[in-house]
Design a protein around this ligand. Structure first.
Ligand SMILES: Nc1nc2c(c(=O)[nH]1)N[C@H]1C(S)=C(S)[C@@H](COP(=O)(O)O)O[C@H]1N2
Ligand SMILES: [Mo]
Length: 423
C-alpha cells in the first residue's frame, strides 16, 4: 500500500463500518436489488486507491488475514500435553471435499518430527526373498499413482459416546481430513522384495520415537495401500509425515503410519500396544472388539452448526455437510430437519468416490422456526448410518473409538445452533 493510501485509510474505514451495516440490511430483506446508493459501489475504496502487494511479497502463501479463525483447534482437557495429542480440522468453515494440509487435523504420539529426504530410508524385511532398503529418490522412480482418500482417527466423535458434549462440528467430527495423495503402491514395493508364501501380515512402523507400529493383513497391504510422498500436489507437511507416510484407504487413521521407516512381512500380527490396549472397543459384557479397521459410514452437517450459525434470518438457506465410508463410496445422504422423524434426500455435489469425502447440500427455504438438524449416510455396501440409540444397543457405553452415530444440531429461531441428542 502506498503512503498516500495509508493516510486515507482511517477515515475511510470509519465510513465503511456504517456502509457495511446498511449493506447487510439490504441483503436480509431478501434481494440483492440496489435501492439506495451503496458507498461500497459508488465510492472509490481504499483497496482501489493505491497499489497492492508485489509478487515477491509471498513466496508461499498463507490464507488472507480475514480468514484467521479458520484454523485447527484442540480441546485442552482432552490430553495432558500437546505433544502426545490431537487437534481438529475446522470442517465447519471449509467447503468442497479436499482438506488443505495447513488446517488438516494432526495426531501425534510423540510429536511431529523433522526428517530430511536425504536421511530418509524405508526398509522392507521379514518374510521376503530379498530384504530391501529404499531411499527417497528410489521411491520416486517407481510407477506413481494419484488417489483421493479420507483419513479419520478412530477416536473421532469419541467424546460424544456418553452424551452430547463438544459444541462444534470441528470438535465432534474434525479428526478427519481428505487429500489427494501421490505415491507408490505398497504392493509394488512388496513385489520388488518378493513376499514369501508364509507371509500373511505386514508390520508397519514410523521413524518417530513412538514408532506407532501396526499390523496390517497382507491382503490389504497388496490391495490399495499407498506409500505417499505428496498430498494435494505438494510435499507432505511435517505434521502429516514428511517425507513419506502410509495411506491405508478406509481404515482407521492410526494405521496411516507417518515418517514410514519399516515394513516387516510376518506370518502373524504383532498385537502391538496400538492394536490391543488402544483402538479397541470394550463392549458392555467386558469383551473387546479388535481388528476394527474399517471406518463405518458416517456424516455430519457442517453448516449450519454451533460454530457456523445462521446469520441471515429466514428464507433461502444452504444446508451442507460431509459424508464418508471406509467400506466403499457414499451413495446417498438424507437430511432431517425434525430430529429424524422425516428425511429428505440431499444433493451430492459429485457422485461418491471410493473411501473419500462426499459433499452434500440441501437447499431449503427456512421458515425461521427451530430445527433438529441431522444427516444420515448410506454407502455402496448397503449400510445406513445408525442413530446413537442403535449404536449404543450394540456397543454399550464403554467405547471411546468408532462412534459413527447420527449427530443432531438444535438450530434455534435466532439461527444459533447447539449440540444435542434426541431420544
Ligand atoms: N509415526 C506415526 N504415525 C502415526 C501417528 C503417530 O503418532 N506416529 N499417529 C497416527 C494416528 S492415531 C492418526 S489418527 C493419524 C493422523 O494423521 P495426521 O496427523 O496426518 O492427521 O496418523 C497416524 N500415524
Ligand atoms: Mo488416531
Amino acid at each position: 500500500m502506498s503512503d498516500d493510501a495509508k493516510s486515507l485509510a482511517p477515515s475511510r474505514r470509519q465510513f465503511l463500518t456504517g456502509a457495511a451495516a446498511a449493506g447487510a440490511g439490504a441483503v436480509a430483506a431478501g434481494a440483492a436489488r440496489a435501492a439506495t446508493p451503496d458507498p461500497l459501489i459508488t465510492e472509490v475504496q481504499e483497496w482501489a486507491s493505491g497499489l497492492g502487494e508485489g509478487v515477491d511479497a509471498t513466496p508461499y502463501g498463507m490464507p488472507i488475514q480475514f480468514e484467521s479463525d479458520v484454523v485447527r483447534r484442540n480441546v485442552e482437557w482432552l490430553t495432558a500435553d500437546t505433544i502426545s495429542s490431537i487437534n481438529f480440522t475446522p470442517i465447519h468453515a471449509l467447503d468442497g471435499t479436499i482438506t488443505p494440509q495447513g488446517c488438516a487435523f494432526e495426531r501425534h504420539h510423540s510429536g511431529a518430527i523433522e526428517l530430511r529426504k536425504e536421511d530418509y530410508r524405508l526398509m522392507i524385511n521379514g518374510l521376503v526373498e530379498t530384504p530391501l532398503v529404499f531411499t527417497y529418490e528410489d521411491l520416486e522412480r517407481f510407477p506413481r499413482e494419484n488417489r483421493v482418500y479420507f483419513c479419520e482417527c478412530a477416536a473421532n466423535s469419541g467424546m460424544e459416546w456418553a452424551g452430547a458434549q463438544l459444541n462444534g462440528a470441528q470438535f465432534t467430527h474434525g479428526m478427519i481430513h481428505n487429500m489427494e495423495y501421490s505415491g507408490v503402491s505398497l504392493r509394488t514395493l512388496l513385489e520388488e522384495a518378493g513376499v514369501s508364501p508364509e507371509g500373511k501380515w505386514v508390520y508397519v512402523e514410523g521413524a518417530d520415537a513412538s514408532s506407532n507400529g501396526r499390523s496390517i493383513p497382507l491382503e490389504k497391504a497388496m490391495d490399495d495401500v499407498l506409500v505417499a510422498f505428496k498430498a494435494n500436489g505438494e510435499a507432505l507437511r511435517k505434521e502429516h509425515g514428511y517425507p513419506v507416510r502410509l495411506v491405508v484407504p478406509g481404515w482407521e487413521g492410526n494405521m496411516w503410519v507417518k515418517w514410514l521407516r519399516r515394513v516387516e512381512v510376518m506370518d502373524q500380527p504383532v498385537e502391538s500396544r496400538e492394536e490391543t490396549s488402544k483402538y479397541t472397543d470394550t463392549l458392555a459384557n467386558g469383551v473387546s472388539r479388535k481388528w476394527t479397521w474399517e471406518m463405518d459410514a458416517k456424516s455430519v452437517v457442517t453448516s449450519p452448526s454451533p460454530q457456523a450459525p445462521i446469520k441471515h434470518g429466514k428464507g433461502p438457506l444452504v444446508i451442507t455437510g460431509l459424508a464418508w465410508s471406509g467400506r466403499g463410496s457414499i451413495t446417498g445422504v438424507d437430511v432431517s430437519l425434525d430430529g429424524g422423524k422425516s428425511w429428505q434426500e440431499a444433493r451430492l455435489a459429485a457422485p461418491g468416490t471410493d473411501k473419500a469425502l462426499t459433499r452434500f447440500y440441501l437447499d431449503i427455504n427456512w421458515d425461521g422456526s427451530e430445527m433438529l438438524l441431522q444427516a444420515r449416510a448410506k454407502d455402496s455396501s448397503g449400510y445406513v448410518q445408525p442413530t446413537k440409540a442403535q449404536l449404543r444397543e450394540v456397543r454399550g457405553l464403554n467405547s471411546i473409538y468408532h462412534n459413527n452415530a447420527i449427530q443432531t444440531w438444535w438450530v434455534k429461531a435466532n439461527g444459533e445452533a447447539e449440540n444435542v441428542e434426541v431420544s
